[in-house]
Write a protein that binds this ligand. Structure first.
Ligand code: FES
Length: 340
Protein backbone atom coordinates (compact mmCIF):
# COMPACT_ATOMS: atom_id res chain seq x y z
CA UNK A 1 0.00 0.00 0.00
CA UNK A 2 1.16 3.52 -0.62
CA UNK A 3 0.13 7.02 0.45
CA UNK A 4 0.03 10.22 -1.54
CA UNK A 5 2.37 13.00 -0.42
CA UNK A 6 1.82 16.57 -1.47
CA UNK A 7 4.50 19.24 -0.99
CA UNK A 8 2.90 22.43 0.27
CA UNK A 9 3.18 25.50 -1.99
CA UNK A 10 4.60 23.41 -4.82
CA UNK A 11 2.93 21.59 -7.62
CA UNK A 12 4.49 18.33 -6.45
CA UNK A 13 2.63 15.13 -5.58
CA UNK A 14 4.09 11.63 -5.32
CA UNK A 15 3.30 8.23 -3.90
CA UNK A 16 5.27 6.80 -1.01
CA UNK A 17 5.25 3.09 -0.24
CA UNK A 18 4.40 1.88 3.25
CA UNK A 19 7.54 1.42 5.29
CA UNK A 20 9.50 4.03 3.33
CA UNK A 21 10.34 7.40 4.82
CA UNK A 22 8.93 10.55 3.25
CA UNK A 23 12.49 11.40 2.16
CA UNK A 24 12.91 8.02 0.47
CA UNK A 25 9.56 8.48 -1.26
CA UNK A 26 10.58 11.92 -2.52
CA UNK A 27 13.95 10.69 -3.80
CA UNK A 28 12.34 7.68 -5.50
CA UNK A 29 9.88 10.02 -7.22
CA UNK A 30 12.73 12.22 -8.44
CA UNK A 31 12.51 15.08 -5.93
CA UNK A 32 15.28 16.18 -3.60
CA UNK A 33 14.66 17.90 -0.30
CA UNK A 34 17.68 18.88 1.81
CA UNK A 35 19.23 15.87 3.53
CA UNK A 36 22.56 14.50 4.63
CA UNK A 37 22.81 11.67 7.16
CA UNK A 38 19.46 9.88 6.62
CA UNK A 39 19.75 8.64 10.18
CA UNK A 40 18.03 11.38 12.15
CA UNK A 41 21.12 13.17 13.43
CA UNK A 42 21.87 16.11 11.14
CA UNK A 43 18.47 17.82 11.05
CA UNK A 44 18.85 18.82 7.38
CA UNK A 45 15.62 17.12 6.32
CA UNK A 46 13.34 18.79 8.85
CA UNK A 47 9.88 19.71 7.65
CA UNK A 48 6.34 20.07 8.94
CA UNK A 49 3.37 17.79 8.45
CA UNK A 50 0.54 20.15 7.51
CA UNK A 51 -2.12 17.48 7.00
CA UNK A 52 -2.19 13.76 7.73
CA UNK A 53 -0.20 11.72 10.21
CA UNK A 54 3.22 10.08 10.33
CA UNK A 55 4.96 7.46 12.44
CA UNK A 56 8.46 8.31 13.65
CA UNK A 57 10.03 11.54 12.56
CA UNK A 58 12.01 12.27 15.72
CA UNK A 59 15.74 12.18 16.32
CA UNK A 60 18.72 14.06 17.70
CA UNK A 61 18.63 16.36 14.68
CA UNK A 62 15.54 18.09 15.98
CA UNK A 63 15.59 20.47 18.94
CA UNK A 64 12.84 20.46 21.56
CA UNK A 65 11.60 23.78 20.18
CA UNK A 66 11.44 22.39 16.65
CA UNK A 67 9.55 19.35 17.89
CA UNK A 68 7.17 21.57 19.83
CA UNK A 69 6.61 23.58 16.64
CA UNK A 70 5.45 20.40 14.89
CA UNK A 71 8.58 19.75 12.86
CA UNK A 72 9.64 16.22 11.96
CA UNK A 73 12.67 14.64 10.35
CA UNK A 74 11.50 13.47 6.96
CA UNK A 75 14.21 10.79 6.77
CA UNK A 76 12.61 9.21 9.83
CA UNK A 77 8.92 9.94 9.22
CA UNK A 78 6.75 7.30 7.58
CA UNK A 79 3.31 8.19 6.25
CA UNK A 80 0.32 6.67 8.04
CA UNK A 81 -2.12 8.47 5.73
CA UNK A 82 -2.03 10.78 2.74
CA UNK A 83 0.07 13.80 3.71
CA UNK A 84 0.70 17.43 2.96
CA UNK A 85 4.22 18.37 3.99
CA UNK A 86 5.96 21.75 4.19
CA UNK A 87 9.67 21.56 3.33
CA UNK A 88 12.46 24.16 3.33
CA UNK A 89 13.52 23.53 -0.26
CA UNK A 90 12.60 21.06 -2.96
CA UNK A 91 13.91 20.55 -6.45
CA UNK A 92 13.58 18.04 -9.23
CA UNK A 93 16.59 15.75 -9.36
CA UNK A 94 18.42 16.08 -12.64
CA UNK A 95 19.41 12.45 -13.05
CA UNK A 96 21.20 13.29 -16.29
CA UNK A 97 23.62 15.42 -14.21
CA UNK A 98 24.83 12.33 -12.34
CA UNK A 99 27.64 10.64 -14.21
CA UNK A 100 28.79 7.06 -13.62
CA UNK A 101 32.32 6.17 -14.69
CA UNK A 102 34.93 3.52 -14.06
CA UNK A 103 37.70 5.41 -12.28
CA UNK A 104 41.26 4.26 -11.79
CA UNK A 105 43.03 4.39 -8.44
CA UNK A 106 45.88 6.72 -9.31
CA UNK A 107 47.52 7.17 -5.95
CA UNK A 108 46.97 6.09 -2.34
CA UNK A 109 48.76 7.98 0.42
CA UNK A 110 48.61 7.42 4.17
CA UNK A 111 48.11 11.01 5.39
CA UNK A 112 47.60 10.15 9.07
CA UNK A 113 47.66 6.93 11.07
CA UNK A 114 43.99 6.37 10.25
CA UNK A 115 43.50 8.47 7.11
CA UNK A 116 44.21 7.51 3.50
CA UNK A 117 44.09 10.04 0.70
CA UNK A 118 42.78 8.25 -2.37
CA UNK A 119 43.25 9.89 -5.74
CA UNK A 120 41.09 8.63 -8.58
CA UNK A 121 41.42 9.42 -12.27
CA UNK A 122 38.42 9.35 -14.57
CA UNK A 123 38.69 7.85 -18.09
CA UNK A 124 40.26 10.11 -20.73
CA UNK A 125 37.84 12.86 -21.70
CA UNK A 126 35.44 12.20 -18.81
CA UNK A 127 34.97 15.27 -16.66
CA UNK A 128 32.67 15.50 -13.67
CA UNK A 129 30.60 18.59 -12.96
CA UNK A 130 30.08 19.24 -9.26
CA UNK A 131 29.95 21.96 -6.64
CA UNK A 132 32.63 22.35 -4.02
CA UNK A 133 31.43 20.42 -0.96
CA UNK A 134 29.43 17.73 -2.77
CA UNK A 135 30.13 14.02 -2.59
CA UNK A 136 30.33 10.97 -4.85
CA UNK A 137 29.45 7.32 -4.42
CA UNK A 138 31.82 4.38 -4.82
CA UNK A 139 30.39 0.98 -5.70
CA UNK A 140 32.28 -1.85 -4.11
CA UNK A 141 32.75 -5.28 -5.68
CA UNK A 142 30.03 -6.78 -3.49
CA UNK A 143 27.58 -4.15 -4.76
CA UNK A 144 27.48 -2.03 -1.63
CA UNK A 145 27.92 1.70 -1.98
CA UNK A 146 29.93 4.16 0.09
CA UNK A 147 29.88 7.93 -0.14
CA UNK A 148 32.85 10.30 0.14
CA UNK A 149 33.17 14.04 -0.25
CA UNK A 150 35.44 15.35 -2.97
CA UNK A 151 38.44 17.17 -1.55
CA UNK A 152 39.45 18.50 -4.96
CA UNK A 153 37.84 21.70 -6.28
CA UNK A 154 35.38 21.62 -9.20
CA UNK A 155 37.89 22.97 -11.70
CA UNK A 156 40.02 19.84 -11.15
CA UNK A 157 37.34 17.65 -12.65
CA UNK A 158 39.21 14.84 -14.37
CA UNK A 159 39.39 12.85 -11.14
CA UNK A 160 38.59 12.92 -7.45
CA UNK A 161 40.57 13.20 -4.24
CA UNK A 162 38.97 11.43 -1.28
CA UNK A 163 40.02 11.51 2.37
CA UNK A 164 39.10 8.17 3.89
CA UNK A 165 39.16 7.57 7.60
CA UNK A 166 39.82 3.98 8.62
CA UNK A 167 37.02 2.68 10.77
CA UNK A 168 38.11 -0.36 12.80
CA UNK A 169 36.14 -3.30 11.37
CA UNK A 170 34.65 -1.06 8.66
CA UNK A 171 34.04 -2.91 5.43
CA UNK A 172 35.45 -0.22 3.18
CA UNK A 173 38.50 0.29 5.38
CA UNK A 174 39.19 -3.42 5.16
CA UNK A 175 38.63 -3.44 1.42
CA UNK A 176 40.98 -0.48 1.07
CA UNK A 177 43.69 -2.13 3.15
CA UNK A 178 43.45 -5.59 1.62
CA UNK A 179 42.36 -5.24 -1.97
CA UNK A 180 42.67 -1.76 -3.34
CA UNK A 181 45.89 -0.80 -5.04
CA UNK A 182 47.10 1.72 -7.56
CA UNK A 183 45.68 0.80 -10.96
CA UNK A 184 42.56 -0.78 -9.48
CA UNK A 185 39.26 0.24 -11.17
CA UNK A 186 36.25 1.33 -9.17
CA UNK A 187 32.78 2.48 -10.23
CA UNK A 188 32.04 6.06 -9.27
CA UNK A 189 28.80 8.07 -9.52
CA UNK A 190 29.07 11.83 -9.13
CA UNK A 191 27.81 14.30 -7.83
CA UNK A 192 25.40 14.20 -4.87
CA UNK A 193 24.41 16.36 -1.91
CA UNK A 194 23.56 19.96 -1.19
CA UNK A 195 26.51 20.84 1.04
CA UNK A 196 27.97 23.79 -0.84
CA UNK A 197 28.43 27.48 -0.25
CA UNK A 198 25.31 29.48 -1.03
CA UNK A 199 26.35 32.25 -3.41
CA UNK A 200 24.46 35.53 -3.35
CA UNK A 201 25.35 36.45 0.24
CA UNK A 202 28.27 38.35 1.67
CA UNK A 203 27.79 37.10 5.22
CA UNK A 204 31.02 35.93 6.83
CA UNK A 205 31.38 32.17 6.96
CA UNK A 206 32.45 29.81 9.71
CA UNK A 207 33.83 26.59 8.24
CA UNK A 208 33.77 23.89 10.89
CA UNK A 209 35.42 20.52 10.34
CA UNK A 210 36.22 17.52 12.46
CA UNK A 211 38.67 14.90 11.21
CA UNK A 212 38.16 14.05 7.54
CA UNK A 213 35.37 16.63 7.47
CA UNK A 214 38.29 18.72 6.20
CA UNK A 215 37.86 17.13 2.74
CA UNK A 216 34.86 19.13 1.44
CA UNK A 217 36.16 22.22 3.22
CA UNK A 218 39.38 21.91 1.21
CA UNK A 219 37.32 21.80 -1.97
CA UNK A 220 35.34 24.87 -0.87
CA UNK A 221 38.44 26.94 -0.04
CA UNK A 222 40.31 25.94 -3.22
CA UNK A 223 37.21 26.77 -5.24
CA UNK A 224 36.99 30.18 -3.55
CA UNK A 225 40.65 30.80 -4.41
CA UNK A 226 40.07 29.83 -8.04
CA UNK A 227 36.95 32.01 -8.29
CA UNK A 228 38.78 34.90 -6.59
CA UNK A 229 36.09 35.17 -3.91
CA UNK A 230 37.02 37.34 -0.97
CA UNK A 231 34.17 36.51 1.38
CA UNK A 232 35.44 36.36 4.94
CA UNK A 233 35.94 32.80 6.19
CA UNK A 234 37.29 31.39 9.41
CA UNK A 235 38.15 27.71 9.38
CA UNK A 236 38.01 25.77 12.63
CA UNK A 237 39.45 22.27 12.20
CA UNK A 238 39.23 19.96 15.17
CA UNK A 239 40.80 16.59 15.81
CA UNK A 240 42.09 14.51 18.70
CA UNK A 241 45.86 14.50 18.20
CA UNK A 242 48.30 16.55 16.07
CA UNK A 243 48.68 13.82 13.43
CA UNK A 244 44.94 13.89 12.85
CA UNK A 245 45.25 17.40 11.38
CA UNK A 246 46.74 15.72 8.37
CA UNK A 247 46.85 18.77 6.05
CA UNK A 248 47.61 21.43 8.65
CA UNK A 249 50.46 22.81 6.51
CA UNK A 250 48.04 23.47 3.69
CA UNK A 251 45.56 25.23 5.99
CA UNK A 252 48.38 27.33 7.46
CA UNK A 253 49.55 28.24 3.95
CA UNK A 254 46.02 29.41 3.10
CA UNK A 255 45.97 31.57 6.20
CA UNK A 256 49.35 33.10 5.31
CA UNK A 257 48.35 33.84 1.71
CA UNK A 258 44.65 34.71 1.87
CA UNK A 259 43.65 37.92 3.65
CA UNK A 260 40.03 36.73 3.86
CA UNK A 261 40.75 33.39 5.59
CA UNK A 262 41.70 32.69 9.17
CA UNK A 263 42.58 29.20 10.42
CA UNK A 264 42.08 27.88 13.94
CA UNK A 265 43.26 24.31 14.59
CA UNK A 266 41.87 22.73 17.75
CA UNK A 267 42.89 19.50 19.48
CA UNK A 268 40.71 17.70 21.99
CA UNK A 269 43.26 15.17 23.21
CA UNK A 270 46.76 16.64 22.91
CA UNK A 271 49.24 14.96 25.23
CA UNK A 272 52.13 16.58 27.12
CA UNK A 273 54.63 15.08 24.65
CA UNK A 274 52.86 16.54 21.61
CA UNK A 275 54.27 20.01 22.18
CA UNK A 276 50.93 21.47 21.09
CA UNK A 277 50.67 25.16 21.83
CA UNK A 278 47.43 25.78 19.95
CA UNK A 279 43.81 25.71 21.03
CA UNK A 280 42.44 22.73 22.92
CA UNK A 281 39.00 21.36 23.67
CA UNK A 282 36.01 20.74 21.42
CA UNK A 283 36.18 22.50 18.09
CA UNK A 284 32.69 24.02 18.30
CA UNK A 285 33.56 25.40 21.73
CA UNK A 286 36.42 27.37 20.16
CA UNK A 287 33.86 29.09 17.92
CA UNK A 288 31.71 29.89 20.95
CA UNK A 289 34.74 31.29 22.75
CA UNK A 290 35.72 33.50 19.81
CA UNK A 291 32.47 34.83 18.37
CA UNK A 292 29.96 36.58 20.62
CA UNK A 293 27.14 36.54 18.07
CA UNK A 294 26.67 34.41 14.97
CA UNK A 295 23.52 36.29 13.96
CA UNK A 296 25.18 37.60 10.80
CA UNK A 297 27.12 34.45 9.91
CA UNK A 298 26.63 31.34 7.83
CA UNK A 299 28.08 28.10 9.17
CA UNK A 300 29.17 25.11 7.09
CA UNK A 301 29.93 22.14 9.36
CA UNK A 302 31.26 18.80 8.27
CA UNK A 303 32.31 15.75 10.25
CA UNK A 304 31.12 13.66 13.15
CA UNK A 305 27.39 13.78 13.95
CA UNK A 306 28.06 14.49 17.64
CA UNK A 307 30.12 17.57 16.74
CA UNK A 308 27.48 18.75 14.29
CA UNK A 309 24.67 18.35 16.80
CA UNK A 310 26.56 20.10 19.56
CA UNK A 311 27.53 22.94 17.23
CA UNK A 312 24.04 23.44 15.86
CA UNK A 313 22.38 23.50 19.27
CA UNK A 314 24.92 25.87 20.78
CA UNK A 315 25.23 28.20 17.80
CA UNK A 316 21.47 28.61 17.42
CA UNK A 317 20.61 28.86 21.11
CA UNK A 318 23.65 30.59 22.54
CA UNK A 319 24.96 32.65 19.62
CA UNK A 320 21.77 33.65 17.74
CA UNK A 321 22.67 31.81 14.52
CA UNK A 322 19.76 31.65 12.09
CA UNK A 323 18.79 27.95 12.01
CA UNK A 324 18.65 28.03 8.23
CA UNK A 325 22.18 29.45 8.09
CA UNK A 326 23.59 26.22 9.55
CA UNK A 327 24.54 23.89 6.70
CA UNK A 328 26.00 20.53 7.52
CA UNK A 329 27.26 17.26 6.20
CA UNK A 330 27.25 14.58 8.88
CA UNK A 331 29.60 11.64 8.38
CA UNK A 332 27.78 8.65 9.78
CA UNK A 333 30.08 5.60 9.77
CA UNK A 334 28.82 2.52 7.97
CA UNK A 335 25.60 4.19 6.86
CA UNK A 336 25.60 3.62 3.14
CA UNK A 337 23.72 6.80 2.44
CA UNK A 338 26.12 9.24 4.00
CA UNK A 339 29.37 10.76 2.97
CA UNK A 340 32.46 10.09 5.02
S1 FES B 1 18.30 14.03 10.02
FE1 FES B 1 17.32 13.47 8.19
S2 FES B 1 18.89 13.56 6.73
FE2 FES B 1 19.92 13.93 8.59
Amino acid sequence: MSHTIQIQDHDIVFDCDDGKSVLEGALAAGYEIPYSCRTGVCGSCRGRVVAGSVAGGQGAGLSEEEQAAGQVLLCQARACSDLTVAVREVRKIDRSAIKTVSAKVYRMTRAAPDVTVLQLRFPAGAKAKFKAGQYLSLKMEDGTVRHFSMANPPHQNDGAELHIRHVPGGRFSQHLAEQMAEGHQIEVSIPYGDFHIRDGSDKPIVLLASGTGFAPIKSIVEDAIKRKLTRSMVLYWGARRPDDLYRIDLARKWEAQLPWLRFVPVLSDAGPLDGWEGRTGFVHQAVLDDIASLADYEVYACGAPAMINAARQAFVHERQLDRDAFHCDAFVPAAAATPG
